[in-house]
Design a protein around this ligand. Structure first.
Ligand SMILES: Nc1ncnc2c1ncn2[C@@H]1O[C@H](COP(=O)(O)OP(=O)(O)O)[C@@H](O)[C@H]1O
Ligand SMILES: [Mg+2]
Length: 373
């Protein structure tokens, strides 16, 4: 079990990790999700004692990492796949780590087999692809057969087969009763891999719940409704829907997003109000949307095109009914806007977030980290 209490890390004026408290339990894959720059790597470095917290503490099995007896046998981590002596072969790299930790040589060949690098074990790691480097990093993490495993963005640079393999490996390690803590900036990846989700933004905790609960809390059904462009049509329908207990939010393209009412009821209400419907269609907010909504205010680097894409629409002009726990405005979240599905006719690719939408904000973090030297 990993436990953080009030964990905080400041670099000068920058607060990278801000009063984080959470627990990572054994027997499950816990996803650590947040946009680039939200403090995931810093948190992981503090867990393994590479960075010292400015305030708060983090323990593994009840001990700070630095005072853990025989730490390499208890905690394995892949934090930076490039932290390898490129002149050494994969096998020699693992051998040197094994010797430092008093791990038998046979285990080196075992983990090379587990990660599928046995055929290139004698090759210098400087010639490795990103994906092979990740596999070597995973092998190093597994070397001491530890009960607690940390993986920082392990699928970056892997091909689909490799991603599938990592996913299954994480699940298997958790099913053996280990504590598996894996970070990613991709909701889609975490939804497939993790049992539990810890979401952070700007170093702060945004959500800590099971993936199952996250899905039921965040992927609500809604209807998209279009009416003729006359303002009184919109107003009449909005009034009728709110009166009937629905929640209405305008979408950037002029449609209305309606939650809390089934489609036939919306149709009947429109009929009763004398409003013609141009569109009435069922939708389900995706997890990706929920994640984007949740972290909207916490993204440091954003394309200027995002605003034009309607990521941050003006506040709704409507008086919303008191919160009924619906999708429109979860009160506990730092919501600055919401992400609407693409209006009809737009290329489906256009609004989708690119897997790497933001430049990595600190390419030289290893060099500048005072404690990692
Ligand atoms: N060694 C460092 N020196 C100064 N700032 C840092 C250092 N490491 C990280 N940061 C800053 O802390 C924030 C969190 O970074 P990081 O933990 O790497 O985020 P993530 O892993 O979620 O992308 C970023 O704004 C980053 O620029
Ligand atoms: Mg990182």
């Amino acid at each position: 079990m990993i436990e953080a209490v009030g964990l905080t890390k400041r670099y000068g004026a920058k607060t990278a990790v801000d009063n984080l408290s959470f627990q990572v339990r054994p027997g499950a894959v816990t996803g650590f999700l947040g946009p680039n720059g939200s403090g995931k790597s810093t948190t992981m470095r503090m867990i393994v004692g590479l960075d010292r917290p400015t305030a708060g503490r983090v323990t593994v099995g009840g001990h700070p990492f630095r005072s853990l007896p025989n730490a390499p046998r208890q905690v394995g981590a892949l934090l930076d796949a490039k932290a390898v002596h490129g002149g050494r072969s994969a096998r020699n790299h693992l051998l040197s780590l094994a010797q430092l930790a008093g791990i038998p040589t046979a285990r080196v060949d075992e983990v090379l087999g587990v990660v599928g690098l046995q055929d290139v074990a004698k090759r210098r790691s400087s010639g490795f692809s990103l994906g092979m480097g990740q596999r070597l990093g995973i092998a190093a993490a597994l070397l001491g057969d530890p009960r607690v495993l940390l993986f920082d963005e392990p699928v970056n640079g892997l091909d689909p087969e490799g991603i599938h393999w990592v996913r299954n490996l994480m699940k298997q390690l958790a099913s053996e009763g280990r504590t598996v803590f894996v970070s990613s900036h991709l909701m889609s990846e975490m939804a497939l891999t993790a049992d539990h989700l810890i979401v952070i933004g700007r170093g702060q905790l945004l959500s800590d719940m099971s993936v199952k609960d996250f899905i039921s809390a965040n992927s609500a059904d809604f209807a998209r409704v279009r009416v003729p462009p006359e303002p009184e049509q919109r107003e009449k329908l909005t009034a009728a829907l709110i009166e009937a207990g629905g929640r209405v939010m305008p979408e950037p393209d002029g449609a209305l997003r309606v939650t809390g009412l089934p489609l036939p009821r919306i149709s009947d209400l429109a009929h009763g109000a004398g409003v013609r419907l141009w569109q009435l269609s069922p939708h389900q907010a995706s997890l990706e949307e929920a994640y984007m909504r949740m972290t909207q205010g916490a993204v440091d680097y954003r394309s200027t095109a995002d605003a034009k894409e309607g990521l941050v629409p003006p506040p709704p002009p409507y008086e919303l009914p008191p919160d009924t726990g619906g999708l429109a405005q979860p009160p506990e979240l730092p919501q600055r806007g919401w992400y609407a599905p693409p209006p009809p006719g737009r290329s489906p690719a256009a609004p989708a977030p690119s897997p790497h939408p933001h430049p990595h904000p600190h390419p030289t973090e290893r060099e500048t980290s005072e404690e990692s030297r």
